[in-house]
Design a binder for this molecule. Structure first.
Ligand SMILES: [Mn+2]
Length: 299
């Protein structure tokens, strides 16, 4: 990759907290000097599910319009509803895209099955081809065999059915904690892409982390991943040398302290840096920051 381009997505209409829209600017304070900042994809001036779908459409259009040859795309949201636009936009560039969705939730409800009605719990249902409530502008769908969940543990009944019927791969937090994690992850990546040629998009929802170690996100869930396990996931995926884009979502600077937000953004920045090809060695030993260290000591 010759260049990393950054796009902010102040997306909040997919859930009830306005604060997620503040995360792109918080992340900007950690932006490496050699990244190109393309600004934000602005949010519409109305609220609710239609606003979220509209924002996702704008994001998809923006990504589609970019020349991404030899460029790595870093997206920072926003709530996870933006995944509808980011994955759809990346599919326009790479129809064979593989998506690794690191998240406490499956984000694959349709409106009638959703316990909350929040759009940020729906993007994958539509990307996988569910018709109910699907936006008219969706042109491409994601093959269920090209989706991998990691750290997912809060799965609603409809989502459970979808995952089973479509045979979607899930690496549970228990598996992420096991000594076999790296092997399990490698095996899934190989199965999804036996020839090792497909580009990879990582969609990281910070609520994949355990509720006991993160305050700055709106839907915290117990029994989640540790910082080290998330770093390990990024490290194994990075070794594939095929990551073309990554997004970090659901950081909410209005929850938790400013210091926690800053530290979380720094850690997230380092995660992104660790997957931009070419990667010959893990960046983490040199990129460790106070946040990671401090939290690790408390675990
Ligand atoms: Mn999510």
């Amino acid at each position: 990759m010759d260049q990393t381009v950054f796009l902010g997505v102040p997306f909040h209409a997919g859930q009830g907290h306005l604060g997620t829209a503040l995360a792109p600017d918080a992340f900007r304070e950690t932006l490496p000097a050699n990244w190109q900042d393309l600004g934000d994809v602005p949010a519409p001036a109305f609220h609710g599910r239609e606003a979220a779908i509209h924002h996702a459409q704008a994001l998809s259009k923006k990504i589609t319009s970019l020349d991404l040859r030899k460029k790595f795309l870093c997206l920072v949201g926003g709530d996870h509803g933006q995944g509808l636009g980011s994955v759809h936009g990346m599919l326009q560039h790479h129809p064979d895209l593989i998506v690794v969705w690191i998240d406490a939730h499956a984000d694959a409800n349709v409106p009638s099955a959703s316990p909350t009605g929040n759009m940020h719990g729906m993007p994958l249902a539509w990307l996988l081809g569910a018709k109910e409530g699907a936006p008219w502008w969706l042109q491409r769908t994601l093959s269920p065999q090209r989706l991998l969940y990691i750290g997912t543990r809060a799965i609603d009944p409809y989502e459970r059915m979808l995952i089973e019927e479509l045979d979607i791969a899930v690496i549970t937090p228990e598996e992420a904690r096991s000594p076999q994690f790296e092997n399990i992850l490698r095996r899934h990546l190989r199965r999804m892409d036996p020839k090792g040629k497909s580009p990879v998009h990582i969609s990281f929802d910070v609520d994949a982390l355990d509720s006991g170690i993160i305050n700055n996100t709106g839907t915290r869930v117990k029994n989640g991943m540790s910082f080290i396990e998330v770093e390990k996931a990024f490290e194994v995926i990075a070794q594939e040398q095929r990551v073309v884009s990554a997004e970090i979502v659901e950081i909410n600077p209005e929850l938790g302290t400013a210091k926690e937000t800053q530290a979380l953004c720094l850690w997230a920045r380092d995660l992104i840096l660790s997957v931009i090809p070419p990667q010959s060695v893990s960046l983490f030993p040199s990129l460790k920051n106070a946040f990671s260290e401090e939290w690790r000591r408390s675990l």
